[in-house]
Design a protein around this ligand. Sequence first.
Ligand code: IPE
Ligand code: IPE
Ligand code: MG
Length: 244
Amino acid sequence: MADLANPNGVPRHVAVIMDGNGRWAAARGLPRSAGHKQGVEALRRAVRAAAELGVEYLTIYSFSSENWSRPVAEVTFLLDLLRRFIRKDVADLHQAGVRISVIGERDGLDPGIVAQLEEAEIMTCDNTGLRLVVAFNYGSRQEITRAAQTVARKVAEGKIAVSDITPAVLANHLDTGGIPDPDLLIRTGGEQRLSNYLLWQCAYTEFVFVPEYWPDFSAEVLRRAIAEYQSRERRFGGIKAQSA
Ligand code: IPE
Ligand code: IPE
Ligand code: MG
């Protein structure tokens, strides 16, 4: 059970790799698309549960820079699903006080999708409830590369000196600029890898890998992952307080 009085507290920022939709479907003799569809239901449950537990930031991996390598039909289905999710759910999320932000590369995307994403961000920008960060067309190496290009451009234009480039400056140029680093990363589906997700931001994040496929994600799975997080000792390179 998540312990609200635990010294680690409720993680302020939970990042999720929503993995296992295809395997969930295959296990039922269904097409992969059926898994993705159920994945949207799981996402609704995750947002509700995170908000109820007092999580402030929930960052979800919805489509990676590398997911374009899947068959065209699957990519098209996933993009349609995102479009439909934004169209159907944004009003409800807005009502619930959720603020939506989108990270990832927007250049080269379908302008219709970009407009929809931007509309969702603008509509919910003053909300003070859960911040839902949607990683779409996201790859961490690409994000770090774009940040480096922006900083390099500023140096070339004489706006900042090379010696002024610090980790904090670089962090502020990432898509996640202004968002605290994740405290807890949950990956469903049993794989134990980052798949190009939040490489910079996860320097001191606690990782919890759960066997459940994403469509089976529930408030209970989230509570268990938080309980596991709360059993960890975060040292950030230091030593245990009492052994000092
Ligand atoms: C996660 O499930 C959804 C996306 C990557 C968009 P997968 O589609 O990766 O499902 P598995 O991992 O193949 O089971
Ligand atoms: C990561 O899952 C991307 C998303 C969940 C959107 P993948 O299924 O694409 O990752 P790999 O290919 O197993 O590493
Ligand atoms: Mg996968």
